[in-house]
Structures are given as structure tokens and as C-alpha cells.
Design a protein around this ligand. Structure first.
Ligand SMILES: [Zn+2]
Length: 248
């Protein structure tokens, strides 16, 4: 589909979905266990959100069609849909972004791709604070750009979101809450970028590249891709599964 048509379709999809996109009063759901891998980690936020609040309700800006032979980038969508959000340009211990928003807001696929790992059980115990459990309910997906995207501290996960399921940019993956190590802190989506690994490698999945430059682009309707940054980080790590060194 030509780029403008596709963008229009994404915008229409978003507009259609926004009617039910945010249910701040919806309680966090407890879902039955159907896990494929341990929950990822997502340490609690320790500071206030640093940047001004904005909403993500607006569809992506229109752009002129490319006149070059360069392939169009995949369309990106901000991963929290239809709710005011705020986030800082920093994260404790390792690269990631904590996106603060309201309970029940939609965690949406940032780009088209395939669901990777799903954790529907909150195993976090503050007494042990195991790194593998800190994420609570979480979903990761691998985009058509080769990047793995991860969101955690979810309250519920859509039934159709299972490993191998195909998603489009903006498809709902779950709803934001404060499961895992966010139990005692604010409701937020922990958002991480990494490269795909075998299942269960939570210390990579939680985040290896800082997401905020890309979040900044997407909330403005841009399509800045993290693919190159993730490839570079993987090469620098020297191994698809480097050792866990922080909050392990
Ligand atoms: Zn976090």
C-alpha cells in the first residue's frame, strides 16, 4: 500500500480504537497463568517523571510521499495509546524508559511484528525481588524492523496476544498497571528495546538501548527507527546473550 494510504489506515485504526482506548478506572485484571517464559524485569521508578505531559491521541502527522527509490520505513506508533503520558530521558541501572500514564491505558504495538514472550502471572515478591520477576505481567514482540519491544507492569493482556501472533502498529497488547516491582510505586509502562534472543533472557529483554529518542519521534508522528541502534548495541555486546550485570 502506498505510504499515505497506509498512514491514513493507521490513523483511522487509531481513531476507531480510541473510543475504548483508555479506561483509567478499570481495575487491574488478574489473568490465569499461561506463561511461556519467566517474567522480565522492570525495576520500579525511583524518581518523578521528568518531562512535560502530553497526549498521544493525535494520529501521526501526514508526510509527503517519498520520491526516491528508498523503501518506506515501517510505520511506528507511540506505545501508549489515547492517554496523557510523561517520561524522562533516563532510567536506573540500564537503558529503558518508564512511561507514566493512567491505569488501564492501552500498551500498543510500536510497529508491525510478531508477539515474542507473554507473562500473565505476577510472581514478584518484594522479599526476594528477583530480577526475573520484577516485570509482573509483560509482553514482548519482535518488529518487522528486527527490534524486540518489551512492555511490563501490565494489569491485563489481551487473550489474542500469544507467542507467534501477528500484530500491526497500534494493535493493543495489554493495559498499563503497576504489577511486579511497580506495586509500591506509580502506575507506568516500563518500555524496553533489545534484540531477539531465545526465551527467558529477561536481562536483555528488559532493555539494551535507550528508547526515548524514538519515543520522542513517534509522539510527534515521526518514524525514527531504533533498528540501527539495536544492531550496534548487539555488536558491542559481542554476544546475543551477554551476562547480566545489573539488578540480576
Ligand atoms: Zn523501568
Amino acid at each position: 500500500m502506498p505510504l499515505p494510504d497506509r498512514r491514513l489506515a493507521v490513523a483511522l485504526l487509531l481513531v476507531a480504537a480510541l473510543g475504548t482506548g483508555c479506561s483509567p478506572s478499570r481495575p487491574a485484571a488478574t489473568a490465569p497463568a499461561a506463561t511461556r517464559a519467566p517474567a522480565g524485569t522492570a525495576p520500579a521508578a525511583t524518581g518523578p517523571p521528568a518531562t512535560a505531559a502530553f497526549t498521544t491521541a493525535a494520529p501521526p502527522a501526514t508526510r509527503a510521499p517519498s520520491t526516491t527509490a528508498r523503501p518506506a520505513p515501517p510505520g511506528y506508533a507511540f506505545p501508549v495509546r489515547g492517554c496523557p503520558v510523561s517520561y524522562g530521558h533516563s532510567h536506573h541501572d540500564y537503558p529503558a524508559t518508564d512511561i507514566f500514564t493512567r491505569r488501564g491505558c492501552v500498551f500498543a504495538a510500536p510497529v508491525a511484528g510478531v508477539v515474542d514472550e507473554v507473562s500473565r502471572t505476577d510472581r514478584w515478591d518484594p522479599g526476594t525481588d528477583r530480577g526475573a520477576d520484577r516485570g509482573g505481567l509483560s509482553v514482548s514482540m519482535v518488529g518487522v524492523d528486527g527490534v524486540r519491544y518489551y512492555g511490563s507492569h501490565l494489569g491485563s493482556i489481551a487473550a489474542a496476544v500469544v507467542p507467534g501472533a501477528r500484530v500491526r502498529a497500534g494493535s493493543p497488547l495489554g493495559r498499563v498497571s503497576n504489577t511486579g516491582s511497580a506495586r509500591g510505586t506509580g502506575v507506568h509502562l516500563h518500555f524496553g528495546l533489545s534484540w531477539p534472543t531465545r526465551p527467558g533472557i529477561w536481562w536483555v529483554r528488559r532493555g539494551m538501548v535507550a528508547p526515548w529518542p524514538f519515543l520522542d519521534s513517534w509522539r510527534r508522528g515521526g518514524d525514527l527507527s531504533p533498528a540501527r541502534a539495536v544492531r550496534t548495541a548487539r555488536a558491542r555486546a559481542g554476544n546475543a546473550v551477554p551476562a547480566c550485570t545489573r539488578r540480576c
